[in-house]
Design a protein around this ligand. Sequence first.
Ligand code: IPE
Ligand code: IPE
Ligand code: MG
Length: 253
Amino acid sequence: MHMFKGLQKLRPAGRLLREVDANNLPRHVGIIMDGNGRWAKKRGLPRSAGHRAGAQNLKTITEFAGNMGIRYITAYAFSTENWKRPKEEVDALMQLLLEYLRDKEQLAGKNVTIRVIGDRSALSDEINHEIDVIEDYTKDRDGMVLYLAINYGGRQEIVKAVRELCEQVEAGALAPGDVTEEMLSQRVYTDDVPDVDLIIRPSGELRLSNFLLWQSAYSEFWFSDINWPDFSPRDFTQAILDYQNRNRRFGGV
Ligand code: IPE
Ligand code: IPE
Ligand code: MG
């Protein structure tokens, strides 16, 4: 069943990998990188140490997923609601983000195209600049595409799309009755990606927390109690296996 090239690189998944069907991989996987704070607390470390460990793990998982043949990953790094956190924590997260954006290979690995989604207007000029640089630097790569969701909120994204359509209506270019689902899909940040097939949320929380609301209409969900910094290639492989055992009906029979 398996037909993976470069098996060596997939070794961390061990025997489990043999069960994965390379012809039935999710095209687009969403990851809610949650549990960094609890990971740190358990070890008596500051929350920022958890965020650092979580950021490192993103590289491990994206490289592994890319080698497995996953084409798109969207990783939730900072939500539109995360500004509610204490200023020190928000500052530490933004600092970490800046560091990772600057260290281009560190963020995701060699053959990964990086794109940032979310409302960039609230991010600093420095961060915006680094986002432009890394998106440009990685744009011609042909491996996987990593969408990094920063100041991302599903509702904010839908409002953004609706506003764009309203502007067209106002300009007389569109009648309200002609608005279609496809038009909305073309105006969310993930306009050029298939809807998310599988959403992974570690850390024990069983909710979306405003992640990919529009794109998750028919997603499969995979939850686990593992905190994100401990989420391993083996866990990722298990999530893929469970996904492959689901029966996706999309409303049919
Ligand atoms: C996820 O980890 C990272 C962000 C939301 C930025 P948390 O910081 O939410 O970790 P917990 O949920 O408090 O353990
Ligand atoms: C979701 O985690 C956002 C990210 C992982 C970036 P949160 O920790 O913010 O979610 P809630 O508050 O538990 O719902
Ligand atoms: Mg959390």
